[in-house]
Write a protein that binds this ligand. Structure first.
Ligand SMILES: NC(=O)C1=CN([C@@H]2O[C@H](COP(=O)(O)OP(=O)(O)OC[C@H]3O[C@@H](n4cnc5c(N)ncnc54)[C@H](OP(=O)(O)O)[C@@H]3O)[C@@H](O)[C@H]2O)[C@@H](O)CC1
Ligand SMILES: Nc1ncnc2c1ncn2[C@@H]1O[C@H](COP(=O)(O)OP(=O)(O)O)[C@@H](O)[C@H]1O
Ligand SMILES: [K+]
Length: 505
């Protein structure tokens, strides 16, 4: 699914009006009608409805919602913020219609002192600003936003299209923004919803279809995308009935060190469950027995070193591996860095680089330029910061992520609630599967195993990245559904991978 900018959304709106064709008034009726239907499904007429409207089209949506809910027997109070002397034409039209129907329920707000007293079971609808937000809100309008937020623990707050104050594609950090429990947004996810710095604002996001013209959506290129099941169906390749284990590749996982063999075992198990044909794990001497006993399906190569792997580069080009994954639990010994350098010099094909292998790239930055093109880098935010530095906000971090992926010709993901996958061509894909139950040690090691397993099966690096991250999150969701977010562990993500393949694609 494409994620369009605020400017593109305005174009989609105009394109629909011109080509469906439909009047802008009717498009507003359609959008607001979807919101009113959602609200009426979730709240009975026993809830007084307080709708805060701005003077643009977001406020226009609020006025239509007010009219529709009034018609269905709700006690509606419409509060119009006088932030500007001019209203949009559709706002003016909808206000005239509402005034004829319900002249007594409309109030104007010109200062914080006009904020109404809310009865106990009232619901708040935020229709002040939507995608037309062009600058940070200040003055008494910011005061109204703070007063709305003060009601958060007493009244449900439902934002229309965007929580007011939030800018769709710019950082809103330090700006006053409505903290909604629910956002009813039209047609598309907005980039702002996917950024960790905006976690307090949108609440549960529901995307309501309003019938924007399909030609605009298919013809207009977008830089940002949201992964979905449909995309996974085009990527996934069912197994060939005549396949043998050679068909699905031989993967090498370089993982584990003294005290961190668990990371290697988790990665190995995940790699096998991702469907790899054969798996060899390169481990230090202390890890051989652990690996052989924990995972009988994995073969083992034992390093010359007792506690750390420092000789994994040897014979790598002639070993017949289809993919290499390196990092989980390997530690940051200088000998490991040396071996990583020689491995990359010899291998020259895409590989998966995670955890301490990423940290080694931060310690020895020249190594970053030796990473084979098309490789998959999987940093969490701290590893990302060590690799590429700090940024002022999440939009700047996203720009940096994308810039590095293009400059280094790598697939770089940034882990989080919505993991962002940056591609060498500048595109960025967000993944929405997964849950906070995955915020537990070892979850990332599981992802490395899955990605290495998919790469060994000759999925392209991009396909492996998109499908692997999707399946990892989906398996995490299944594990949480079965065990709770609290009780699930990284091992449970692996146990749920089978069902993720079956149900998630
Ligand atoms: N496209 C679609 O799919 C559809 C879109 N629809 C709806 O239209 C919405 C977009 O409407 P929009 O373009 O009129 O902008 P909107 O968000 O109401 O804001 C503009 C107003 O805010 C003001 N203003 C801005 N910043 C401000 C600030 N910092 N502080 C104070 N004021 C500020 C600005 O005033 P001005 O800058 O002129 O002073 C102007 O009055 C969209 O989110 C959706 O709800 C649906 O009806 C149909 C389908
Ligand atoms: N709140 C969350 N929502 C969705 N996914 C999450 C959440 N928290 C963590 N995850 C996922 O879990 C994984 C954690 O990886 P990482 O931090 O590297 O773990 P570790 O280093 O312990 O193995 C990432 O893929 C991340 O996207
Ligand atoms: K709003």
């Amino acid at each position: 699914m494409k994620i369009f900018s605020a400017a593109q959304i305005r174009e989609a709106d105009a394109f629909t009006i011109a080509h469906e064709p439909i009047s802008s008034t009717h498009l507003m009726e359609r959008a607001a009608g979807q919101c009113a239907a959602w609200l009426e499904d979730h709240y009975s007429p026993s809830h007084p409805v307080y709708i805060f409207c701005g003077k643009g089209n977001n406020g226009g949506d609020g006025l239509v919602i007010a009219r529709l809910m009034l018609g269905h027997g709700y006690d509606v109070h419409t509060c119009i913020l006088q932030h500007s002397s001019k209203a949009s034409p559709d706002h003016e039209h909808q206000l005239r219609t509402l005034q004829q129907l319900h002249p007594t329920g409309i109030y104007t707000i010109g200062d914080v002192s006009d904020f109404p007293e809310l009865p106990p079971n009232a619901i708040i609808i935020d229709a002040i600003f939507g995608t037309g937000m062009s600058r940070p809100v200040d003055g008494w309008v910011a005061g109204i936003i703070h007063l709305i937020n003060d009601q958060r623990h007493k009244h449900p707050i439902i934002a229309i299209d965007m929580p007011s104050g939030l800018m769709a594609d710019e950082s809103s950090v330090h700006n006053p923004v409505v903290q909604a429990h629910t956002t009813l947004s039209f047609e598309f996810y907005k980039l702002a919803f996917l950024l960790p710095e905006n976690a307090p604002y949108a609440g549960d996001v529901h995307i309501l279809p309003i019938g924007l013209h399909p030609d605009y959506i298919t013809q207009t290129p977008a830089r940002y995308h949201l992964s979905d099941r449909e995309m996974m169906r085009t990527i996934y390749r069912p197994r060939d009935p005549f396949a043998h284990k050679g068909t699905y590749g031989h993967a090498l996982l370089i993982a584990g060190s003294y005290g961190k063999m668990g990371a290697a075992v988790l990665s190995a198990r995940a790699c096998l469950r991702a469907g790899v044909g054969l798996l060899t794990c390169h481990v230090p001497q202390c890890g051989t027995q652990i690996m052989q006993i924990s995972e009988p399906a994995a073969m083992c190569i034992t390093d010359e070193d007792a506690h750390y792997s420092t000789h994994f580069h040897k014979g790598i080009s002639s070993a017949g591996y289809k993919a290499i994954g390196i990092g989980p639990g390997i530690d940051k010994q200088p000998g490991t860095a040396k071996s990583l350098e020689m491995l990359m010099d010899a291998w020259q094909r895409p590989m998966v680089i995670d955890a301490d292998a990423l940290n080694l790239l931060s310690v020895y930055p020249y190594l970053l330029y030796k990473v084979p093109k098309g490789s998959l880098l999987t940093p969490h935010p701290k590893e990302f910061e060590r690799l590429f530095g700090k940024t002022a906000n999440d939009i700047a971090r996203l720009e940096l992520l994308s810039k590095k992926a293009v400059e280094l010709q790598l697939y770089i993901l940034l882990k989080g609630r919505y993991t962002a996958i940056a591609c060498p061509d500048g595109a960025v894909y967000f993944n929405h599967t997964g849950n906070p139950g995955m915020a537990t040690g070892g979850s990332g090691d599981v992802l490395t195993g899955i990605l290495t397993g998919l790469l060994a099966q000759e999925y392209t690096p991009k396909a492996a990245m998109l499908l692997g991250v999707w399946l990892h999150g989906y398996a995490g969701d299944l594990a949480a559904a079965q065990l709770s977010q609290e009780a699930m562990t990284a091992s449970d993500i692996i146990s749920s991978l089978g069902n993720a393949f079956r149900e998630g694609i």
